[in-house]
Design a protein around this ligand. Structure first.
Ligand SMILES: *Cc1c(COP(=O)(O)O)cnc(C)c1O
Length: 374
């Protein structure tokens, strides 16, 4: 986004300025919650499944942050499904063998139904991914991955796929546009679970897709119109309200996450910590080469059984034992409690979504919970 003085606005400013109504005397600062299923004839919207001014405001803000035209959907998974629905029958999809369990399940179901062919690779191994690209229609990337925090070499993989004319889509939910902007690296589509950091208050479910390709935009907009997974206007309005403070929340949560990752890695009851911002993390050098931060999710393994790990999660007072992530409140969970989570994720792995509380309060709570389970 360009300011009146022609200089590029920084994301901290964009999050506050984008998606506002035009300024006229007594105009509202915020867009209205447009509760309408239909519109009088003669205009560009026509029907409430085709467009809504509250969605448009939210999409302007996400689009300005990601650097692309944006469409919002009823959930992150609806956005993912919209991408897969635009593929031709039998399309070859290359994706990571470890990633968000919902996407992994969807990929598996589409493959079983013979709608697509998926080739799953180790995303940290750039050569292996590139070797699998021949004949692919779509490279689906998620980085860092949920919940293992593996990092894909996005600049190298996007370049390799684009030189072979393969569509590249990136799930940017963990990193967000503040850390990396895949469209600027050449990706075709960026997906966000708006439910997480963008909205940021664990009170709604929404998703988005951003692209600079008019062809992809039209196909993805048609998928929204005719598959019908549209956002609710109230959720769109709340998400935009959340975006106003997203950079501040994300900065604070990321700072907390680095500190907690450091302390966890020295804790006697923790056997392994994954956080790309830790200098000792196997992916740190790669992550540092193109990411502007490392996010606020930390995964670690507890020195005990699955049952003992559940007890850790149940013992905290500030950190809540609940799924999801990206809100102001810290949450954690043992990921393998979900039957759809990959068997490659250790039974004792806890995914911690670090919130914006005071870091010393968080540490006291986490340390007490680790000891309470023994
Ligand atoms: C949560 C999540 C999704 C799915 O988003 P929903 O809004 O829950 O549908 C997709 N990818 C990642 C990385 C996620 O964390």
């Amino acid at each position: 986004m360009t300011s009146q003085h022609g200089s590029e606005q920084r994301p901290e400013t964009i999050a506050i300025t984008a998606g506002r109504p035009a300024v006229t005397p007594d105009s509202a600062l915020n867009p209205p919650i447009s509760l309408n299923s239909t519109f009088t004839s003669g205009g560009p919207i026509g029907y409430g499944r085709y467009g809504n001014e509250t969605w448009t405001a939210l999409e302007a803000a996400i689009g300005a942050l990601e650097g692309g035209q944006t469409l919002s959907y009823s959930s992150g998974m609806a956005a993912v499904s919209a991408v897969f629905s635009t593929l031709p029958a039998g399309a070859k999809v290359v994706a990571s063998n470890q990633g968000y369990s919902g996407v992994m399940t969807l990929l598996g179901n589409l493959t079983t139904a013979k709608k697509i062919n998926s080739t799953l690779v180790s995303i940290v191994n750039t050569d292996e991914v590139i070797a699998a690209l021949d004949g692919a229609d779509l490279l689906w990337l998620e980085s860092p991955t949920n919940p293992s925090l593996d990092v894909a070499d996005l600049p190298a993989l996007i370049k390799a796929a684009k030189s072979r004319n393969i569509t590249v889509a990136v799930d940017n939910t963990f990193a967000t546009a503040l850390v990396q902007k895949p469209l600027s690296m050449g990706a075709d589509i960026v997906m966000n679970s708006v439910t997480k950091y963008l909205a940021g208050h664990s009170d709604l479910i929404l998703g988005s897709l951003s692209t600079n390709s008019p062809v992809h935009f039209k196909a993805l907009e048609d998928a929204r119109k005719f598959n019908g997974a549209i956002p609710g206007p109230f959720e769109a309005w709340l998400a935009l309200r959340g975006i106003r403070t997203f950079p501040i929340r994300f900065a604070r949560a990321s700072e907390n996450a680095l500190e907690l990752a450091k302390r966890l890695s020295e804790h006697p009851l923790v056997t392994r910590v994954r956080y790309p911002g830790l200098p000792t993390d196997p992916q740190h050098a790669k992550a540092k080469s193109f990411m502007k931060g490392f996010g606020a999710i930390v995964s670690f393994e507890y020195a005990g059984s699955a049952q003992a790990t559940d007890r850790v999660c149940e013992s905290s007072k500030i950190v809540t034992y609940a799924t999801s992530l990206g809100g102001v409140e810290s949450l954690w969970e043992r990921r393998r409690r979900w039957p759809i989570e990959s068997a490659s994720v250790p039974e004792s792995l806890i995914r911690l979504s670090v919130g914006c509380e005071d870091v010393e309060d968080l540490w006291a709570d986490i340390d007490a919970a680790l000891h309470a389970a023994k």
